[in-house]
Design a protein around this ligand. Structure first.
Ligand SMILES: *Cc1c(COP(=O)(O)O)cnc(C)c1O
Length: 412
């Protein structure tokens, strides 16, 4: 049995569960469905509740199957520890809920995932100030930092126009101003990019997308990189200022976020996500490669007006994406020519599926303005560069010849 932390990304991932002496020598961590845990000595139960002894008390807070998945993702991200949630949104929402207070100020990307954008607006109703800025340039973040700024939130590659954030520049700023730096790594996944390298404090991954990878289970993960100094952060309750200060933030998220809000990841979903995660590098490499070829094909096609993909040399952050990410990812958008009806185009596709998800093994396409970004209205859409004929593609791992043929016939 390998116990070496020197194992590569995939080797370590595949054998991670076995290192923890699993029951009966099983290769997969078992799906533990028990909600409660028993103790022979009642004093031990008390110690677990008081945080004086590691152990399980109740399924809303901890579960062995979920813990195994947390340990895998921590390894993938090179982090200190991770906390799983029922969905990616639960991870984002519970974290902000646990760490922010009325009167705080948050800076976030103006090109956020639609539901995260909506959530940020909800926090405004609870007395938290939110500034939306173009995070492709750290100067825009710097310009809005105030005394009460506590946290900066950005995604690596934005959806659907694929802007690549100034991840290094914002990391420097956060370090300098002692701000919590949250990077949503969903679009890149830890295989293409590790936000710890740009000094992120927390990393969010929607496991529903590339890490699970098959569109068959929801999940979210918050990974603490251990880089943030919690001793100077004003919102940590005295109750949680115990033990290693590196854990204070995560402790508060686990108590106030996971325990009190209760958006817990279930063991069955954790199992599906863990199995899916085993092939993350292979899927991501193949999908990225397919996306590159498809982007080049679409860019040369007369019925496509514009292609948004960080792997094209015409992309405004092409150099940055190349420097930071192993590959440019598999999310791209195409703006069809004005005389092409986007619904007719989608209906003609044979192997590409019209669907809202992303990060599946199958290629998925969605008319953005009419669906996932419909609720925010035409004005905000225009400001985000989202036209009515924009199609977002989550490129899958099909044979590239079939994808190119499908696009060729649907665009003809
Ligand atoms: C999908 C997604 C989320 C939310 O994840 P769910 O698991 O669907 O809740 C958050 N951020 C990004 C970038 C996403 O694509």
């Amino acid at each position: 049995m390998s116990k070496s932390d020197k194992d590569g990304f995939t080797t370590g991932n595949l054998h991670n569960d076995r290192r923890d002496k699993p029951e009966h020598g099983v290769l997969h961590k078992a799906i533990h469905t028990s909600v409660a845990y028993s103790y022979d000595d009642a004093r031990d139960l008390a110690k677990v509740f008081q945080g004086k002894m590691p152990g399980y008390n109740y399924g809303r807070q901890q579960n062995p199957t979920v813990n195994a998945l947390q340990s895998r993702i921590t390894r993938m991200e090179g982090g200190l520890t991770s906390t799983a949630f029922a969905t990616g949104m639960a991870a984002v929402g519970s974290t902000l809920f646990a760490l922010l207070r009325a009167g705080d100020h948050v800076v976030c990307s103006a090109f956020l995932f639609g539901n995260t954008n909506s959530l940020m607006n909800t926090f405004r109703n609870f007395g938290i100030e939110v500034s939306f800025v173009d995070t492709t340039n750290a100067e825009n973040v710097n310009a809005v930092i105030q005394d009460n700024t506590r946290l900066v939130f950005t995604e690596t590659i934005a959806n659907p126009v694929t802007q690549v954030a100034d991840l290094e520049g914002i990391g420097e700023l956060c370090k300098q101003h002692k701000l919590i730096y949250v990077v949503d790594n969903t679009m890149t996944s830890p295989w293409l990019f590790q936000p710890k390298t740009v000094h992120a404090s927390f990393i969010v991954n929607s496991l529903t997308k590339y890490i699970g990878g098959h569109g068959n289970a929801l999940g979210g993960m918050l990974t603490d990189t251990g880089l943030f100094d919690w001793t100077e952060f004003p919102n940590i309750l005295d109750l949680y200022k115990q033990g290693d200060p590196a854990m204070w933030g995560t402790t508060q998220v686990r108590k106030k976020g996971l325990r009190d809000f209760g958006a817990t990841l279930g063991p069955e979903a954790a199992h599906h996500l863990a199995v899916g995660s085993e092939t993350l590098p292979m899927r991501m490499d193949r999908a990225s490669q397919n996306a590159q070829q498809l982007a080049e094909f679409c860019q040369a096609h007369p019925h496509v007006k514009r292609v948004f993909f960080p792997g094209l040399s015409t992309h405004p952050q092409y150099d940055r994406a190349k420097r930071l990410f192993k590959k440019p990812g598999a999310i791209m958008s195409i703006e069809l020519a004005d005389d092409v009806d986007c619904f007719d185009f989608l209906n003609k596709l044979r192997c590409v599926v019209t669907s809202s998800n992303l990060g599946d093994t199958r290629t998925l396409a969605i008319p953005v303005a009419h669906t996932i970004f419909f609720e925010m209205g035409a004005e905000r859409r225009a400001s985000m560069g989202i036209g009515d004929n924009l199609i977002r593609l989550s490129v899958g791992i099909e044979d590239i010849e079939d994808l190119l043929a499908d696009f060729a016939q649907a665009l003809a």
